[in-house]
Design a protein around this ligand. Structure first.
Ligand code: NAD
Length: 346
C-alpha cells in the first residue's frame, strides 16, 4: 500500500517532494507523532526504482517510531530518503531544496544524518529549516551521531555476552563486524579496547586493511562474514541481512549490530530464535545516535549526560531478556510489542 506497510499501522503522512532545478526527488515519511514530532535521519541513496525508495522510507520511518519510543524520547518516528540523481548534480543546491521540503512540514518532521548524508549536508539544510539536528557546535556536544550509535551497540553486546553467553567480559570473545563505516569502525575500536577478537568485512578493502593494522582484526570475505565462526555477529552495513538464505548459516550465538531493519521478515527472527541465537533488535541497540541528535535538538545536557543516556540501552537489553522469560516471545516480537505499547503521548 502507498499508505503503509502490510499488517502495520498506516503512516500519518507521506510527502513526495520534487524540485526541477536541482533534480531533487525526496520522500518524507511521518509514521507517528503520538509521542512528539517525527524524528529520524535522511538517507541519500541510489534506489533501483521509486517503489524501492518508498518502501525504504516507510520501513525506516516506522523503525524510528519504535526506536524513539523504546529510548523514551519525546519524539515520534519519521525518515526521509533522497533518490540520488543519476547524472551530475549540485549537492549544495540539492540539500537546500531538501531543507525547503523539510520546512514545508512545519516541524512535524525533524531530520538529521543517515547513510549517505553528512554533517556538511545538514549545515545546508539548516539554512532553510530549524527542524534539523546532527550539526557540530563550538564547545558543545553534537554533530555526527555515529560514535554514540556505536557506543549503544557496544554496551548491548556487553550485556548480551554477560546474560546470554554467560561471560563476564569481552576478553577473547570473537566478534564479526560486517561493515566498517561510520558506526562499524567506532564499534570495532570499542570492542578491540575491551579485548574482543575481531573478524571484519567491508567492500572497501582499505578499511579492512586499517582494521587489520590497528585492531589486529582478521579479514573475512564479504560473502562469508555472516557465517563466520564467532560468538557475536554485529551487522553494521545493510538492512535485511538476516533472511531465509543467511539465517541457517549463522554460527554466532548473539546478533547485535547497528544496521537498520536487519530482519528481512518477522519469521526470520523466529528461525534465529529457534536456532538458539539471541537477536537483539536493531532499533533497541542502535538508538545512541538518535539520543544524541535529540538532545542536541533540545539543547539539553552535555557530552557525559548523552553518554549516560546512551548507556541506558544496556539496561533495556536486560529488561528485554527479563520480559522474554515471562512472555516466552522471541526478542524481536517482544521488543515490537513493548515499543508499540509506548507509541502514545508521553
Ligand atoms: P556507512 O555508510 O558509514 O557504513 C556502511 C559500511 O558498510 C561502509 O563502510 C560500506 O563500505 C560497508 N558495506 C556496504 N556493503 C557491504 C557489504 N555487502 N559487506 C560489508 N560491508 C559493506 O553507514 P553507517 O552510518 O556506519 O551506518 C551503518 C548502518 O547502521 C546503516 O544500516 C545505518 O542505517 C545504521 N545506523 C546508523 C546510525 C548512525 O548513527 N550512523 C544510527 C542508527 C543506525
Amino acid at each position: 500500500s502507498l499508505f503503509g506497510l502490510p499488517d502495520q499501522a498506516a503512516h500519518e503522512r507521506v510527502l513526495f517532494a520534487t524540485d526541477e532545478q536541482t533534480g531533487l526527488k525526496t520522500i518524507l515519511a511521518v509514521h507517528s507523532t503520538a509521542r512528539g514530532p517525527a524524528f529520524g535521519g535522511c538517507r541519500f541513496w541510489s534506489y533501483g526504482n521509486e517503489l524501492a525508495a518508498l518502501n525504504d522510507a516507510l520501513r525506516l520511518a516506522q523503525g524510528m517510531s519504535l526506536k524513539n519510543a523504546l529510548a523514551n524520547l519525546p519524539f515520534g518516528g519519521g525518515k526521509a530518503v533522497i533518490l540520488k540523481p543519476a547524472g551530475e548534480f549540485d549537492r549544495t543546491a540539492l540539500f537546500a531544496a531538501f531543507g525547503r521540503a523539510v520546512a514545508s512540514l512545519n516541524g512535524a518532521y525533524i531530520t538529521a544524518e543517515d547513510v549517505g548524508t553528512t554533517t556538511g549536508d545538514m549545515r545546508i539544510v539548516q539554512q532553510h529549516t530549524q527542524f534539523v539536528s546532527g550539526i557540530p557546535r563550538d564547545g558543545a556536544f553534537g554533530g555526527d551521531p555515529s560514535p554514540k550509535t556505536a557506543w549503544g551497540v557496544f554496551v548491548s553486546i556487553e550485556a548480551g555476552v554477560r546474560l546470554h553467553l554467560k561471560r563476564d567480559t569481552l576478553e577473547g570473545v570473537r566478534v564479526a563486524v560486517q561493515g566498517l563505516g561510520a558506526v562499524g569502525w567506532h564499534l570495532a575500536e570499542f570492542l578491540h579496547k575491551a579485548g574482543a577478537k575481531l573478524l571484519v568485512a567491508d567492500v572497501d578493502a582499505a578499511k579492512v586493511a586499517r582494521a587489520q593494522e590497528l585492531f589486529g582484526a582478521q579479514a573475512v570475505h564479504v560473502n562469508e562474514i555472516l557465517a563466520a565462526d564467532v560468538d557475536v555477529l554485529a551487522p553494521c552495513a545493510l538492512g535485511a541481512v538476516l533472511n531465509a538464505g543467511t539465517v541457517p548459516q549463522i554460527r554466532a550465538k548473539l546478533v547485535a549490530g547497528a544496521a537498520n531493519n536487519q530482519l528481512a521478515t518477522a519469521a526470520d527472527g523466529d528461525t534465529l530464535h529457534g536456532r538458539g541465537v539471541l537477536y537483539l533488535p536493531d532499533y533497541l541497540v542502535n538508538a545512541g545516535g538518535i539520543v544524541s541528535v535529540a538532545r542536541e535538538f533540545r539543547n539539553e545536557g552535555e557530552e557525559s549526560a548523552v553518554m549516560a543516556e546512551v548507556s541506558q540501552i544496556r539496561d533495556r537489553v536486560a529488561e528485554l531478556l527479563d520480559r522474554i522469560r515471562v512472555s516466552g516471545n522471541t526478542p524481536a516480537r517482544e521488543a515490537d510489542a513493548w515499543a508499540r505499547s509506548k507509541l502514545v503521548a508521553g
